[in-house]
Design a protein around this ligand. Sequence first.
Ligand SMILES: [Zn+2]
Length: 138
Amino acid sequence: MSATDPLPSAPHTVQEFVHGYEEEHRLRGFRCPNCGLTTATWALACPHCGKADLEEATLSDRGAVVAFTVLSVPGDEFLNDAPYAYVVVELDGGGRITGWMPSVKSESDLTIGTRVRFSPSYKPGVQFVKDEGDAPAR
Ligand SMILES: [Zn+2]
């Protein structure tokens, strides 16, 4: 890309992207039509192959915890929720997203690989709860 090339466009703005889960109760992401990468991160171009014309995708609202930590010192928005878990979730079908789980009060309440689902909340961030339903076929 040179300085005179027009900037690539995205199907939605960063603000619309972030508000997707707060107002529309869905997880928005992008899928690359060139290499197939699915990402939960807003981007103007594919972070894998560099293609500019990414397609908007609605991501799965279910996935598995791949990393977490339990926070006992919260930000103001979560004063009444601490302790809670800050989690990284690998969504079914692609996309890795950070969120939080109010039901997790200690490290023994959660394990890597726990199935979770998106549970829209009035709180900021992406709230997940344990998914008691069946795991998808693999
Ligand atoms: Zn790509």
